[in-house]
Structure formats: structure tokens, C-alpha cells
Design a protein around this ligand. Structure first.
Ligand SMILES: [Ca+2]
Ligand SMILES: [Ca+2]
Ligand SMILES: [Ca+2]
Ligand SMILES: [Ca+2]
Length: 242
């Protein structure tokens, strides 16, 4: 017969004071090979491949945020190297494919797909579309839109985008699962010299950031702490800023 633990002296449930969301995978620097790892991750492995993309200092977003999402530390604002920014040059159409694999072993609801984009001149590929290509989330087109023309040709006006993923039938990146996004840009007039579409500060955020904190039971028999691995549930949804 299992010995009964008769007295629970203390139950410790430590609520973690965490930010409500975080960037699971972010890209602030880009590779001249059109393929590279994420520049920041939280509980994930992540990489991208691109078609027709190039790197350039003129493709740097300097606002320090992923879309409108401010992080600590802020998104990289440096522009001393070409790999600090990405662009789709000279009116070409192209896309980027982002693959994110969970390494926490826990399900996480995703929040937003964030990015900063701008056009140097108006004949760039300004029409964007975000899709879930495959993996754990509902597959299909999530959203699309058009980056406005620059007010002054030759000067990039940057815009922040935060595509809400929470309305998907399945917005959950499963434990150890993978999701593949495609962000494509079309509508440009190929061969239009200097009509570049810029992209930087791409990030995917979680919707709820809560960590399982074990419950500790101190018993009268002096057994000590029994960590039951139960989570202290606390968390809230993050709303789009700006
Ligand atoms: Ca931004
Ligand atoms: Ca840099
Ligand atoms: Ca950058
Ligand atoms: Ca899922």
C-alpha cells in the first residue's frame, strides 16, 4: 500500500512574470546565398530560402521592431554591411520560404507573422502574400496586401506588417513540430532598374508565453520536494500594437 502523504506543508506555484509574447524566430540579417539561419530564436530552429532575393544596405529597416512588435533586445538596426538588409531587385518577383521547428517539446499557439517592407521605386513587386505552405498550422493563404508606393521615388518608405495567425483553424505549432511559411512579392515590372522591394525584420511571435513551472510539495514526512511537472497557467494574448 502506498504510504499516504498526510500533510502538505506548502505548495509552491511560482508565477513567472514573462512578457506576454515573444519572437520564436526572427530574421534581421540576410545571406547572399539566399538561404540562412534565423538571427534569433526562442525554443526553435529556423531557416529561410529565397528566390530572386539579394542583400543590400538599402534594404535595412532601422526602426528596431518586427513589424510593429517591439522586443528586448530590439531588432538589429545596423547598416554597415550588405547583409543587414534584404531586397527583391529591379522589379523582379520572388519569394522567401521560412521554416520553423519547435524545440521546446510543448505546443505553442502562434500570434503574428511580422515584417517590415518598403519600396524604393513604384515598379517594384509591392503585392505581398503570406501562406502556410505545410506543417502544423492550417495550410493555405493567410493574408495579402500591397505596400504603398514611395512618396518620393528613390527614397524608401517603410511599413510595418503584423499578420494575425490566431484566426487560423489550427494556429498551434505542435511540440517538436514544423511550420513552413511563404512570403511572396509580385506585381513588379521586371527589368525596372532601381525599382527594389525591401524586406527586413521578419519575425514569428507566439500568442501566449507561459512556461510550465513545477508545483513543489513539501510533505510532513520530510520527503522533500515532489515536482509534479504541472504548469502554473497564466498568460494573456498579445494585441497588435500601433
Ligand atoms: Ca518595424
Ligand atoms: Ca550589421
Ligand atoms: Ca536588418
Ligand atoms: Ca498544430
Amino acid at each position: 500500500m502506498v504510504k499516504e502523504i498526510t500533510t502538505v506543508l506548502a505548495v509552491l506555484c511560482v508565477s513567472s512574470a514573462l512578457a506576454s509574447t515573444e519572437i520564436i524566430a526572427g530574421w534581421e540579417n540576410w545571406s547572399h546565398n539566399q538561404a540562412g539561419e534565423a538571427t534569433r530564436t526562442s525554443g526553435a530552429r529556423a531557416s529561410y530560402t529565397g528566390s530572386n532575393w539579394s542583400i543590400s544596405q538599402t534594404g535595412v529597416s532601422s526602426d528596431g521592431s518586427f513589424g510593429n512588435f517591439l522586443t528586448e533586445p530590439a531588432a538589429d538596426t545596423t547598416n554597415e554591411n550588405n547583409d543587414d538588409g534584404g531586397r527583391l531587385p529591379n522589379g523582379l518577383e520572388g519569394d522567401l520560404i521560412f521554416s520553423i521547428t519547435d524545440t521546446t517539446g510543448m505546443d505553442r499557439e502562434l500570434g503574428f507573422f511580422h515584417f517590415d517592407s518598403g519600396s524604393l521605386r513604384k515598379k517594384s513587386s509591392r503585392h505581398w502574400k503570406l501562406e502556410v505552405l505545410s506543417g502544423d498550422l492550417t495550410v493555405g493563404t493567410v493574408a495579402n496586401g500591397t505596400v504603398p508606393e514611395p512618396a518620393v521615388g528613390g527614397t524608401t518608405d517603410w511599413f510595418d506588417y503584423d499578420v494575425d495567425l490566431r484566426g487560423l483553424a489550427d494556429p498551434v505549432l505542435d511540440a517538436n513540430g514544423t511550420v513552413v511559411f511563404r512570403l511572396s512579392f509580385t506585381g513588379g515590372i521586371a527589368g525596372s532598374s532601381g525599382h527594389h522591394q525591401m524586406l527586413d525584420n521578419v519575425g514569428v511571435s507566439s500568442s501566449i508565453s507561459e512556461k510550465s513551472v513545477p508545483l513543489g510539495l513539501i510533505t510532513s514526512s520530510g520527503i522533500g520536494l515532489l515536482f509534479l511537472g504541472l504548469g502554473c497557467m497564466s498568460g494573456d494574448k498579445w494585441d497588435k500594437r500601433g
